[in-house]
Write a protein that binds this ligand. Sequence first.
Ligand SMILES: C[S@@+](CC[C@H](N)C(=O)[O-])C[C@H]1O[C@@H](n2cnc3c(N)ncnc32)[C@H](O)[C@@H]1O
Length: 264
Amino acid sequence: MIQLGDRALLKSEDGREYLVEITHRRFSTQHGFVELGDLVGSPYGTEVKSHLGKRFFVFSPTVEELVRHTKRQTQIIYPKEIGYLVTKLGISSGMTVVECGTGSGGLSTALAWFLRPDGRLITYEAREEFAELAGKNLAKAGLSHLVTIKVRDVVEDGFDEVEEADAVVLDMRTPWDLLPHAFKAMKGGAPLGVLVPTTNQVSETLRALKELPFASIEVCELMLRNWKPVADRLRPDDRMVAHTGFLVFARKVVRGEKRDDEPC
Ligand SMILES: C[S@@+](CC[C@H](N)C(=O)[O-])C[C@H]1O[C@@H](n2cnc3c(N)ncnc32)[C@H](O)[C@@H]1O
């Protein structure tokens, strides 16, 4: 059922989408306005008409839709990378995840969504204007309560967290500079995920990983080809996004010492 305070996606028949918070207000679209308060109590998937008689469907937004609706000033993060990253890092409720950099908050939105209802994301961003934009995007997605944004140059000042992170995600130009800080922030055995667009960044990251006790190092690239959904002429789309980025994964290894408080 649609409830006050929900985030909902209004989708018109010609494919226009609007991400809204359900309140008692009139929402203007290119096809006339919709009384959002009137939707309360209706099931999701319901159809509503604007005052001009145009039809909209009301959907509960998926994580892909929430990320697609973030306002961006930094590089776009694609669902294929998000999907694989959250699976490989095992992002789930109750975890503490540390991220750098926040950028526009696209990836932060996805991480926070998978951390619901009681995980936490601590995300670092060097530039105040991006931190502010990310804050607005997370609020629009209804996920701010799970996220702390810290404005800081992590290369210079490191992370605050010490052996606290269940996973660390690095999506910034020079991740190799942050690896000693990431290592310090991670719990033993925790996974690291790095996203970079070029092969030389991958090489630099691999060299830096070798300098620290990381294991299970993997590099991959994901490709997605959409097909035209026409049953009688089924074939791939003419165009595709050919390159988005590379993913590097590793796990923190803790060498040896047993703690005194552990049973023999
Ligand atoms: C590719 S963007 C991140 C995009 C983001 N994942 C998203 O989905 O919107 C990289 C971000 O890292 C930030 N950054 C780069 N170096 C940093 C550092 N040393 N400390 C903190 N943030 C940094 C940049 O300012 C930039 O906003």
